[in-house]
Design a protein around this ligand. Structure first.
Ligand SMILES: Nc1ncnc2c1ncn2[C@@H]1O[C@H](COP(=O)(O)OP(=O)(O)O)[C@@H](O)[C@H]1O
Ligand SMILES: [Mg+2]
Length: 609
């Protein structure tokens, strides 16, 4: 679980970094690509345009050369068909030879008469041998026009050349033609090969028919006609512009411009790969930076995770586990000030709330126990009421026949003469009948407790008179009687007869519990009960005590631990019933082997007398 949280963190942050960096990379890539593209295309177009201009100027300069020469006396004289003319031709040829040494791009410089015969030339082999009367450049010059041919094979050297021709005039009359043959290779070396664009960029020249005139790659020159390519045809349709094409597996971006005068195209080309190399480098750097960022992020997150998350979390979990074990007083001491601190605070508060609930829960349990106890009491009194009714009915029915039995047995006993053999059985009948009568009387008292009238009574006097009833029995049972009666007790509203019954019953039970003799202590004192003034009677013995398991049952009617004929189990239930009627309480405190104390609390005044 810990691991997965860390992985999640890392995943999200890495994803975020990658997203952000890719975005900047893409933006940087496109903007730098745009900038570089713009810069390179500007460079290309400027180069092509300036080269085209240079060529134009250069051609103009050459025309100017030829025009200058054509005006020179020596060449004009050489055209005369005279002795002087023929003599001048030789020196003219010599001078022309010298000129081409100065101007290396001329393959030859020639002077032709109006018949097309070459009269003077830098190349003496062509003198008198070649006739150019059919050549357009000758015809044009004869018509007093300057002319520039397209590329052609030199009839002399078979090299690629172009020819510039000008008329030779005297007094506005064309007397011959002066023409220069310009070696294209020289031209190439002058304008095209020196041009370097970046590492692989270059310039080239295309003739009006699409033939490559000049190119750094010698194999291409004269061998490639761009009209055989789509891009070439497109290029030739326009006068200038950009074009992109693939040449020898390399993509090129090219700016071209047509030289109107020559009909030639000057093109400046560069490899797109090379152009955009810096952009790719930038991209690479970006990716590298991204990777470094991710690495740093992973390292720092791992480190921070331990410090900021793992440790406080362990601490929190430990604390919560403590709460789980019930250590609600142990606070989680976490003062990081962040969410973990807040969480710890929340848990601490929760623990305190939980503690409160636990306390109130304990109170609830107590309340429930109390209610159970009260329910038991109600059940008890209901049972008693039922028993009371039953017992009352039976007792009433038995009482009269018993009176008859007792009356007759007593009268018969009286009439017996001493020594009569019937004396023993008759006396037994009388004795048992008396016992039955007492039992029936108990039952009747029990059933009639509610109706008994109450009067203001001196409790001490009542207790004394009750004790006199058990005094004889105490002597027999070897029980010492001790009275601890508080003086000046207020009068109490009770049914004397019933209180006497309580005393007799409690004392009889006490004496029954002290089979080996002992001490019977009776106390009276002031007390209070349910916020009311009350008196308390205690009957304490040093008898066998009441085992815990039967303690709850002793007040039930007919519950007895005594042998048949010894106890009825009605004593304490009667006591209980009487005390209920007096709105008092009886409690018992007993230790097995040591003794028992019954405490009876009776309020001075009761609500329903
Ligand atoms: N002082 C006492 N010491 C020990 N046990 C007592 C004492 N008082 C009552 N008991 C127990 O309570 C039972 C019920 O008493 P009671 O209702 O008077 O009936 P009985 O005396 O007829 O048995 C007794 O059988 C006895 O086990
Ligand atoms: Mg009894």
């Amino acid at each position: 679980m810990k691991q997965s949280l860390k992985v999640k963190f890392l995943f999200y942050i890495t994803a975020l970094i990658i997203c952000a960096m890719s975005l900047t990379t893409v933006v940087a890539y496109f903007s730098s690509k745009g900038a570089i593209h713009k810069a390179i295309t500007e460079q290309l177009s400027q180069l092509a345009i300036s080269t085209a201009n240079q060529i134009t100027f250069w051609i103009h300069d050459r025309k100017q050369d030829l025009t200058n020469w054509s005006g020179q006396q020596l060449y004009q004289t050489s055209l005369e068909d005279s002795y002087l003319g023929r003599a001048a031709r030789e020196s003219a040829s010599a001078r022309l030879k010298k000129e081409i040494q100065n101007y290396k791009y001329y393959e030859s410089l020639n002077l032709a008469n109006t018949q097309g015969e070459i009269v003077s030339s830098s190349d003496e082999n062509s003198i008198g041998k070649i006739n150019i009367v059919a050549e357009p450049f000758f015809q044009e010059a004869l018509k007093d026009n300057n002319h520039l041919t397209s590329i052609m094979k030199s009839p002399v050297t078979k090299k690629n050349v172009f020819i510039l021709s000008v008329p030779v005039k005297r007094n506005e009359v064309v007397e011959g033609v002066f023409y220069g043959v310009i070696d294209v290779d020289f031209f190439n070396a002058l304008f095209i090969t020196p041009i370097k664009i970046g590492l692989t960029g270059y310039a080239y020249l295309i003739g009006p028919d699409g033939t490559t005139i000049a190119h750094p790659d010698k194999e291409v020159v004269y061998n490639v006609n761009i009209q055989s390519f789509d891009w070439g045809r497109e290029m030739m349709k326009k006068n200038e512009g950009f074009i992109t094409y693939t040449w020898k597996n390399v993509e090129k971006i090219v700016f071209f411009k047509k030289n109107e005068e020559l009909g030639w195209f000057v093109a400046a080309a560069a490899g797109t790969d090379e152009i955009f190399a810096p952009v790719r480098r930038l991209q690479l750097i970006n990716i590298l930076i991204t990777l470094i960022f991710i690495l740093v992020a992973i390292i720092s997150i791992t480190a921070l995770y331990g410090r900021i998350i793992l440790r406080p979390m362990d601490y929190l979990m430990e604390g919560i586990a403590g709460f789980g074990r019930g250590e609600l007083d142990k606070k989680i001491e976490l003062t990081t000030g962040d969410e973990f601190g807040a969480l710890a605070g929340t848990f601490n508060k929760m623990a305190q709330d939980l503690k409160k609930t636990t306390v109130s829960r304990d109170a609830l349990v107590k309340e429930i126990e109390e209610r159970k106890r009260l329910e038991n009491i109600v059940l008890q009194s209901e049972k008693m009421a039922a028993v009371g009714q039953l017992a009352g009915g039976i007792a009433h029915e038995i009482n009269n026949p018993l009176g008859v039995v007792l009356g007759f047995s007593q009268s018969v006993v009286k009439r017996l003469s001493p020594g009569d053999p019937l004396e023993m059985p008759l006396k037994s009948i009388e004795r048992e009948a008396v016992r039955c009568k007492a039992l029936v009387q108990d039952l009747l008292t029990f059933s009639r407790t509610g109706k008994a009238s109450k009067e203001e009574t001196d409790l001490n006097r009542l207790v004394e008179s009750s004790l006199s009833l058990v005094l004889a029995q105490a002597k027999v049972k070897n029980v010492e009687l001790l009275k601890e009666l508080s003086l000046n007790l207020p009068k109490i509203l009770v049914n004397e007869n019933q209180i006497q019954q309580i005393m007799v019953n409690l004392c009889n039970n006490a004496m029954d519990a002290m089979s080996q003799g002992g001490m019977l202590t009776v106390r009276t004192r002031r007390s209070s009960w349910k916020g009311k003034e009350a008196l308390e009677i205690q009957v304490q013995d040093t008898g066998q005590g009441i085992p815990a398991e039967i303690k709850a049952k002793i007040f039930e009617p007919f519950f007895t631990t005594k042998e048949v004929g010894q106890g009825t189990g009605l004593g304490l239930s009667l006591v209980y019933e009487i005390i209920q009627k007096h709105e008092g309480q009886i409690t018992v405190d007993s230790t097995v082997g040591k003794g028992t104390t019954f405490s009876v609390v009776l309020p001075l005044n009761i609500s329903s007398p």
